[in-house]
Write a protein that binds this ligand. Structure first.
Ligand SMILES: C[S@@+](CC[C@H](N)C(=O)[O-])C[C@H]1O[C@@H](n2cnc3c(N)ncnc32)[C@H](O)[C@@H]1O
Length: 209
């Protein structure tokens, strides 16, 4: 397993009782994480500094319990990449920091190829991988079925000052879009896929690849 240990603006401060205590720049959040099966906190004092806690409700949903007033969004940096963080439903913040090892891997592959690279980013969410690949010099086609997520990805591209790089945003179901690209004969050098455990697209057809 590769560990994302190049972060400065993000840090896991402690973990216990199915919860993770994380620092996102200067804001501290507590979020549920079922993988944290041990009970004892290593730093009980640090938990008192949390700005917000995501609490699961018994009915399956949940919500943020704000301990202090928080901005609606704030920025964190990973090297030259800048991301807008927002506490959202389903405990999301708009970024999976552990993906940074994959961003580093993609950046190295693209830079070392010494040629033009065309990337297709499927289930592209808020554009972590899109921003990383653009920063390395690739062109990116960013596909997600959620209009809101695609807008957020655009914000992250702008925040990272990459808006003049070759990026195409597509709000569509991945299966529909990929089938269209196959019919059009469009090819890519690299395809990134990080699908969720359940989809939000409309198509039930299988992918013809
Ligand atoms: C788990 S997130 C991907 C995380 C992302 N790769 C990252 O590292 O930041 C899943 C994304 O897939 C999108 N999605 C789900 N089903 C989809 C579908 N059928 N077609 C297109 N996008 C879909 C959701 O809107 C969501 O943004």
């Amino acid at each position: 397993m590769n560990i994302a240990n190049n972060w400065k603006d993000y840090e896991i401060l402690d973990m216990a009782n199915g919860e993770k205590l994380e620092r996102w720049k200067n804001i501290i959040l507590i979020r549920p994480d079922p993988q944290i099966i041990w009970k004892d906190k290593s730093f009980p004092e640090k938990w008192k500094k949390a700005n917000a806690v995501y609490k699961r409700s018994k009915s399956g949903g949940g919500g943020w319990d704000y301990k202090t007033k928080l901005p609606q969004s704030w920025q964190i940096k990973y090297n030259d990449l800048t991301f807008n963080i927002k506490p959202m439903g389903f405990k999301h913040t708009g970024l999976f920091p552990e993906q940074a090892v994959n961003w580093d891997w993609m950046i190295n592959k693209i830079r070392n190829s010494k040629r033009e690279i065309k990337v297709l980013n499927l289930f592209a969410y808020t554009g972590g991988a899109t921003v990383a690949c653009l920063s390395a010099g690739a062109s990116v086609c960013h596909v997600d079925s959620s209009k809101g997520m695609v807008s957020w990805a655009k914000e992250n591209v702008i925040a990272s000052k990459l808006q003049n790089k070759p990026v195409r945003y597509i709000v569509d179901d991945v299966i529909k879009f990929v089938n269209r690209e196959i019919r059009r004969g469009n090819k890519y050098d690299a395809i990134i896929m990080d699908p969720p455990s359940y989809g939000r697209g409309s198509s039930r057809r299988s992918m013809a690849i």
